[in-house]
Design a protein around this ligand. Structure first.
Ligand SMILES: Nc1ncnc2c1ncn2[C@@H]1O[C@H](COP(=O)(O)OP(=O)(O)OP(=O)(O)O)[C@@H](O)[C@H]1O
Ligand SMILES: [Mg+2]
Length: 179
């Protein structure tokens, strides 16, 4: 399970992991697709080795259920899938959430169900500096003091940092350069 505040790179990490695991089938469940969680184990077994990504698992695995959604049924289906993985099947489930605090304890608090929980926290000053440098590639930054943006983006993930990198004094050198 990858957990952490919005915009800290959980989806990005999942995509990176998928790219680094060639030869596996990747099933990515997100949004309304989460409603089909009960069938995923069947396909995962058929197509193994398989990585099943369940994005924003809190949408179906909230302790008290998501208002207006029949989440109770879905969370049991998910638990069944996790419990049903046999030792000889090469199936990896990757769950992401930005609301670990509201997850159904039967999912989050039982070590046998979530083997590894990795926090992706808000970036510290060094992380923000590196993100600013990364996303300011190709921008003319004459007279811009990057350090002031490192300070001003404290408590923000990359999604907001990107907005800051488009500050008035920045201009693009060439449109063909990567963002
Ligand atoms: N470590 C990082 N390095 C480079 N870019 C990053 C990093 N973390 C996040 N980003 C960028 O920030 C944006 C948001 O990241 P992402 O969608 O992975 O966040 P998230 O944790 O999945 O958010 P949410 O909880 O809202 O689903 C993406 O465009 C991604 O490219
Ligand atoms: Mg995400």
């Amino acid at each position: 399970m990858l957990y952490g505040p919005p915009g800290t790179g959980k989806t990005l990490t999942v995509m990176y992991l998928a790219a680094r695991m060639p030869g596996r089938t990747h099933i990515i469940m997100t949004g309304h697709g989460l409603g089909a969680v009960g069938n995923v184990g069947h396909f995962a077994k058929m197509l193994a080795p398989t990585t099943v990504v369940i994005e924003d698992v809190d949408l179906i695995a909230q302790e008290r259920g998501f208002p207006g959604m029949q989440t109770q049924q879905l969370v049991f289906e998910l638990l069944n899938q996790l419990d049903g993985i046999s030792d000889d099947a090469d199936i990896l489930y990757v769950l992401t959430t930005n609301r670990p605090d509201i997850l159904e304890p039967a999912l989050a608090a039982r070590p046998s169900r979530v083997d590894l929980a990795v926090e992706l926290p808000m970036p510290d000053a060094d992380g923000r500096r590196r993100l600013l440098e990364l996303y300011a590639r190709g921008l003319k930054l004459d007279g811009v003091r990057l350090e002031s943006y490192v300070e001003r983006t404290a408590g923000r993930a990359r999604r907001t940092s990107r907005r800051c990198s488009g500050a008035p004094r920045c201009s693009r050198r060439s449109r063909s350069q990567p963002p």
